[in-house]
Design a protein around this ligand. Structure first.
Ligand code: NAD
Length: 427
């Protein structure tokens, strides 16, 4: 089938390249022209395992790019909306990219005589597709949804770091549609996928995405709270997690106590659902606690460091890792941000090393931080190392390079601790 993808970030580019890999003809479009130029050259503008390979394999054949949205939509039968949905300051969802995309797509649909299907893949709070997206598409196209064009909400569940694998072999596909024609067309597109495909209405599909992400966030904050209590008790939370997870109802996933969750999804999605619930006059106490516990973890890390070194003023601090998890260069809402803020406020001397995310960090913090190219360069002469991301290369770090071998581990990353003054954040 002929598909266009609007927005070539983590979700859009993986979706586009993944659908090309499955044999569909795909056109990718983004407002950032550099991204399109990179893709055209067969290069991924983001770091994601295996993505370069499938882009190179398909570019110029099944995978194509466009510098304008109009041709992308006109030359396809299905358009995926994959633009970002960040948070507003108050935690509510910011729909400006989605709205812009809808206005532009709507204007093109005005010219298009044939039936066209719009698939919303961006994460949007329940009610958005019917209350915001469909009205905008109708207004700018002058045409009727579910009759002249179709609409499906099909949330994405890929995990950064293993996004390509997750897209090609998903646990499930959710097709949220209010009419059979839209639903059937997307079902056909997904014919090559061998996984459960659940058909629901649009609002249910939107809620499934939020229910999934908030559940994962609940698990992380739950184990962090248990970990914080375990630490006071002198009990190892990782042994507790092992015992707990032998209960198949619980499972071992997302029970790694530590610095908490970050990234472009869990923090913003939990906050957006809290905000949406409040609009509906429901006060979501559990979800609010999930955010509170999460925010506590970075502060705990600095408290532990201060407990060992006193004031951090003028102390040389190696921040190891910045990405919100290993396998990605994504630093959005990473716990590195409150840590850097705290360290700079305290006038510490900060060195950052992340094997993939240094350049994204430099885009945010240009001054006051030194970026280095190896763990050793970060550790040399440092008074303190803070482990933010569980990159494998931190497991056997050479702490003897440090001026004082004080290590606070936020990810249970260090394997050989002998000789260093080591403390885990909740173990
Ligand atoms: P991203 O910021 O990496 O990419 C979004 C892209 O959209 C950017 O390249 C931006 O330039 C582009 N864009 C914005 N407005 C545009 C427009 N009018 N026309 C064309 N392009 C436009 O975002 P992402 O991480 O890929 O997330 C996209 C959506 O998918 C979000 O709603 C997110 O919550 C959801 N999601 C993300 C993940 C993830 O792991 N990143 C997983 C599941 C769902």
């Amino acid at each position: 089938m002929d598909v266009s993808v609007i927005g070539t970030g983590y979700v859009g580019l993986v979706t586009g390249a993944g659908l090309a890999e499955k044999g569909h003809t795909v056109i990718c479009y983004d407002i950032i022209k550099e991204k399109i130029k990179d893709i055209e050259r067969g290069v991924s503008p983001i770091y994601e395992k295996g993505l370069d390979i499938i882009i190179k394999r398909n570019i110029g054949e099944k995978l194509n790019t466009s510098m304008d949205l109009k041709s992308a939509v006109l030359d396809s039968a299905i358009t995926f909306i994959c633009v970002g949905t960040p948070s507003n300051k108050d935690g509510s969802i910011n729909l400006r990219y989605v709205k812009n995309a809808c206005r532009e797509i709507g204007s093109v649909l005005e010219e298009k005589k044939e039936y066209h299907l719009i698939v919303v893949k961006s994460t949007v709070v329940p009610g958005t597709t019917e209350e915001v997206i469909v009205p905008l598409l109708e207004k700018f196209s002058g045409r009727k949804a579910y009759r002249d064009f179709g609409v499906v909400m099909s949330p994405e569940f890929l995990r950064e770091g293993v996004a390509v694998e997750d897209f090609l072999k998903p646990d499930r596909i959710i097709i949220g549609a209010n009419d059979k024609r839209s639903s059937d067309l997307l079902r056909d597109l997904y014919n090559e996928f061998n996984c459960p495909i659940l058909r629901v209405d649009i609002k249910t599909a939107e809620m499934i995405k939020y229910a999934s992400n908030t559940f994962l966030a609940v698990k992380i904050s739950y184990i962090n709270e248990i970990g914080n209590i375990c630490k006071e008790l002198g009990v190892d939370v990782y042994d507790v997690a092992k015992g707990v997870s032998l209960d198949h109802r619980i499972s071992r996933y997302f029970l790694n106590a530590g610095l908490g969750f970050g990234g472009s999804c869990l923090p913003k999605d939990v906050k957006a659902l809290i905000h949406r619930a409040r609009e509906l006059n429901y006060e979501p106490g559990l979800l609010k606690s999930v955010i509170k516990v999460n925010e506590k973890q970075a502060a705990r890390m600095l408290d532990i460091a201060r407990g060992k070194l006193g004031s951090l003023k003028k102390k040389r601090v190696a921040v190891l890792g910045a990405a919100f998890k290993p396998g990605t260069d994504d630093i959005r809402e990473s716990p590195v941000h409150p840590l850097i803020k705290g360290l700079l406020e305290e006038k510490a001397e900060v060195l950052v090393y992340d094997p993939q995310a240094n350049s994204n960090m430099e885009d945010v913090y240009r001054e006051k931080i030194k970026y280095v190219d190896s763990v050793d360069d970060a550790l040399r002469g440092s008074d303190l190392a803070l482990i933010v991301t569980a990159w494998a290369e931190f497991e056997l770090m050479d702490y003897t390079l440090m001026r004082k071998p004080v290590v606070v581990d936020g990810r249970r990353a260090v394997k050989k601790k002998r000789g260093m003054d080591y403390e885990g954040i909740c173990w």
